[in-house]
Design a protein around this ligand. Structure first.
Ligand SMILES: O=C(O)CCC(=O)C(=O)O
Length: 394
């Protein structure tokens, strides 16, 4: 086990202080240096406590093989069962090990979900100079497009990769703990990925086909994790994650389906294994604030939005920090600087293809600068974990 009483109380303190810092920033548009120092000190203590706990941890997670495929559990309301790793670490870890999928509980509070939804709608609205709005279908033909005529929203992806609204989620302390329990190490980088929006019954809100985002001919073993954080409830009809629990044990079947060296491999529906995947694929409906992570070897897709409300999610993940890899580090810092999304696997930059919408000037004009905490700076690669683990206690 990794979560100790000390870790729980540090997380609680960090959450409390973070709330106070945010309230002060909103009220006075300035940060209180004394509070920031308290926050940073607690983050340092947390990273150290997690380092010790992970070193002492005997639980080397392995992929369970030869298990019959069984669906991820649902609650009585038809939503995926979610686990709070601070309250039920064993349940969280057992779900991950068994299904290669786990849903974290209430990573964002209802208030944080509301603020995030408002911010996402606001950025979209600002990009279109007030001409296009999620909630008014008559305005959708005014969707912002780049010089090539490519819309900012396509196939359920909103091509915004860098903004404070994403930073606040990436440095969320509960998301961090969720990732530490999956990777069994505290020195992580956040992925740089997009926002997901499926407008109600829109042509760009169709289901994705079953696929994996890891090429077994290039990376045959456990390599990356992906995830979707629900900003509003995602019942099946609004569009939600759709996955085959436990399917990572059959990942090697994709070797013959990969058409090139890219990481996206679509399921060949004529392959014998396709019947197994199709029979076991299930929607994973998410409550607002819940967060599903999956091993990238898992067969997955998403469902169409046939409801009357927009699906709003954030694509989120983390993986081991590659601080020794100068090229990866430079790619990340460049991306933060330019606001561009791209696909650099070693740098945890997760655009599946070149982003379709490329008006970086328009994106920059609506971008709210990231207010990173110490944890955020570590997760972005702007500070090194080595400085924390090597420093003598203050
Ligand atoms: O939107 C989702 O729930 C899943 C999207 C997906 O298939 C992916 O990110 O690879």
């Amino acid at each position: 086990m990794i979560i100790t009483t000390e870790i729980k109380s540090l997380v609680q303190r960090i959450e409390q202080t973070q709330l106070t810092v945010t309230a002060a920033q909103e009220a006075q548009n300035t940060s209180d240096p004394a509070l920031i120092a308290v926050l940073n000190n607690d983050v340092r203590q947390l990273v150290l406590a997690l380092t010790h706990a992970c070193e002492a941890d005997e639980n080397r997670l392995t992929t369970l093989t030869d298990e019959p495929l069984s669906p991820y559990p649902m609650d009585k309301d038809g939503y995926a069962v979610s686990f709070d790793p601070l309250q039920d670490e064993a349940g969280f870890v057992a779900a991950w090990q068994r299904y290669g999928i786990v849903v974290g509980k209430a990573i964002l509070s209802p208030e944080q979900c509301r603020e995030t939804a408002t911010a996402i709608k606001g950025r979209f609205n600002a990009l279109s100079h007030g001409q296009c709005d999620f909630d008014t279908p008559a305005t959708w033909p005014n969707m912002p497009k780049d010089a090539n005529g490519t819309p900012v929203l396509s196939r359920g992806f909103l091509d915004i990769y860098h903004d404070d609204v994403l930073a606040q989620i990436r440095q969320n302390i509960r998301a961090y703990i969720h990732h530490v329990l999956i990777w069994r190490r505290p020195d992580l980088w956040t992925s740089f990925d997009r926002i997901g929006v499926k407008l109600p019954q829109h042509a760009e809100s169709k289901a994705l086909p079953l696929h994996v985002d890891q090429n077994p001919n290039i990376h045959p073993d456990f390599k990356t994790v992906q995830g979707v954080l629900a900003i509003s409830d995602c019942p099946v009809e609004r569009g939600t994650f759709f996955g085959v629990a436990g399917s990572r044990q059959y990942f090697s079947h994709y070797a013959g389906m990969a058409k090139n060296n890219g990481e996206y491999v679509e399921l060949d529906t004529a392959a014998p294994i396709a019947k197994v995947f199709e029979a076991n694929a299930r929607p994973i409906p998410l409550r607002a604030g819940d967060y599903v992570s999956w091993d990238s070897r898992t067969t997955h897709a998403n469902t169409e939005n046939i409801s009357n409300d927009p699906r709003m999610v954030v694509y989120l993940a983390a993986g081991p920090a590659q601080e020794h890899n100068q090229a990866a580090l430079a790619a990340r810092l460049d991306a933060v600087q330019s606001g561009e999304g791209s696909n650099v696997r070693e740098a945890l930059m997760h655009a599946s293809k070149k982003p379709r919408y490329n008006d970086l000037a328009a994106l920059a004009s609506v971008r709210q600068p990231e207010q990173l905490t110490l944890l955020g700076e570590l997760l972005y690669g702007k500070q090194s974990y080595r400085k924390i683990t090597a420093a003598p206690a203050p």
